[in-house]
Design a protein. Structure first.
Length: 214
């Protein structure tokens, strides 16, 4: 099984990406929309994708093709693997539906926020309800999860681990009555700043500044 792929990002399109590892073999990797958007400025650069290998059948099973789906973090890959266990959500449908990050979708599931789930492509009311019922209680590990591997500062033992910092800030914000999905967006924006907060209080304060338009 191919679990990780490192190489030069050759191109991006609606079907995914072409990645060439050292050695010259180019792989086609299917991507969710939010991952493709994150990679938009990386064409020609080396990237690391955490991959899922699966088989896709066509023509009523007469033909079977091997496929790779790629993600920028082990957390996003693990969420995808959980997502496809939901009835009615196959591999391609899951990739098309993931226009938000795994933490935001997980928050919508945890909050039974059907409006957010229905905003995902190919997810109607009935499917949103199925997702919420099936996966609620299974998504806690994905709420404000860890920063992608290799992100600057991720291995700094002197600082609070990014996942713990974000989870604590999320707990504070929700206890203060903020919507979980919106709080996750603020946390993501604050942590993507040039000088991200290193303490819970600073991160919560940064979220409220973002909320206020600051």
């Amino acid at each position: 099984m191919i679990a990780q792929l490192q190489g030069r990002l050759e191109s991006l399109d609606s079907d995914g990406a072409l990645v060439t590892p050292p050695g010259g073999v180019t792989y086609h990797v299917m991507l969710p929309s939010f991952t493709a958007a994150q990679l938009g400025g990386s064409i020609g650069r080396d990237v690391t994708l955490y991959t899922v290998y699966f088989l896709e059948s066509t023509a009523q099973g007469a033909t079977i093709f091997p496929r790779l789906a790629g993600f920028l973090s082990p957390q996003d890959r693990a969420f995808y693997e959980l997502f496809v266990t939901c009835k009615g959500i196959g591999h391609r449908r899951a990739l098309r539906a993931m226009t938000l990050g795994s933490a935001q979708i997980a928050a919508a599931i945890a909050d039974r926020d059907l409006a957010t789930l229905q905003s995902l492509p190919e997810v109607g009311k009935r499917t949103a309800e199925t997702i919420a019922v099936t996966l609620r209680g299974k998504v806690d590990a994905f709420l404000a999860g860890p920063a992608p591997a290799g992100e600057p500062g991720a291995a700094d033992a002197a600082a609070t681990p990014p996942g713990s910092l974000q989870r604590l800030a999320l707990d504070v914000l929700t206890q203060l009555g903020e919507n979980r999905s919106q709080a996750l967006r603020w946390i993501e924006a604050a942590m993507n700043a040039d000088d991200p907060p290193q303490e819970v209080e600073a991160l919560v304060a940064a979220c409220f500044r973002i909320k206020g338009g600051g």
